[in-house]
Design a binder for this molecule. Structure first.
Ligand code: HEC
Ligand code: HEC
Length: 189
């Protein structure tokens, strides 16, 4: 083997090594997710309106939130001990698994949803033009309205921390929040 072959071989080996390190394992995520099912549902769609659907949420967003629960940056007494038990690899695999599942619409009150429709164009620049989420920005479409309303109130009061969302939520009244959350939950994409 001449020197060039060695260089190519070494570069290839580095690539393979890097891709094994970063590859999320969806199957491992699925089996780890058994402990999440009781609350988040068996396909990432929950039956309780205060427990968020995870199906179809961007993996980057899910990973970031699990790390925030673990560190306490996002303060939640239910999720903290659960996230503390997860390794970085668990978090990556769980995020990839839930991101791979199809999202489901929560349905909801059509009249109230209509009132919320006019207020969401200002959200699309970050959350996507179908509110489907992208990268660090969560999917809002189809999420449980009660969960969304709680999060917007938490951003408004500052009990959930995000400089961007804290500023946006402060501009919304309780009626705005209710209408927006109902509209978002009714979306089907
Ligand atoms: C006992 C019920 C329960 C269990 C079990 C549970 N969760 Fe949760 N989870 C919640 C609740 C409640 C919230 C909402 C917290 C809030 O209001 O901010 C939540 C929020 C989340 C969020 C944030 C979603 C978003 O849209 O921001 C993620 C991600 C999450 N859970 C992942 C998991 C994973 C992964 C597991 C399993 C390893 C799990 N949860 C197990 C109750 C649970
Ligand atoms: C400039 C970008 C930006 C805009 C505009 C924006 N958001 Fe967000 N939003 C974010 C980011 C970033 C997060 C994640 C915050 C975190 O890391 O906890 C978020 C999170 C959320 C969440 C939490 C979702 C969940 O699953 O827990 C809700 C609800 C939300 N935004 C609603 C809205 C609504 C409604 C609007 C329009 C009125 C809006 N956002 C506009 C950036 C934005």
């Amino acid at each position: 083997m001449n020197a060039n072959h060695h260089k190519i071989g070494f570069a290839l080996m580095l690539c393979l090594f890097a891709s094994t390190l970063n590859a999320a394992d969806i199957a491992a995520g699925k089996s780890r997710a058994e402990t999440c099912q009781g609350c988040h549902g068996n396909a990432g769609v929950s039956n309780n309106s205060l427990w968020p659907n995870l199906a179809g949420q961007p993996a980057i967003y899910l990973e970031a939130q699990l790390k925030k629960f673990k560190s306490g940056t996002r303060d939640n007494p239910t999720m903290k001990p659960i996230a503390e038990a997860l390794s970085d690899a668990d978090i990556q695999n769980l995020a990839a698994y839930f991101a791979s599942l199809p999202a489901k619409s929560s349905g909801g009150d059509a009249t109230l949803a209509k009132a919320g429709k006019d207020q969401v164009p200002q959200c699309m620049g970050c959350h996507g033009n179908k509110l489907q989420g992208q990268g660090q920005f969560p999917r809002l479409a189809g999420q449980h309205p009660q969960y969304l309303a709680k999060q917007l109130s938490d951003f408004k009061s500052g009990s959930r921390n995000s400089s961007t969302m804290n500023a946006i939520a402060k501009t919304l009244t309780e009626d705005n929040i209710k209408a927006i959350a109902t509209y978002l939950g009714s979306l089907t994409n």
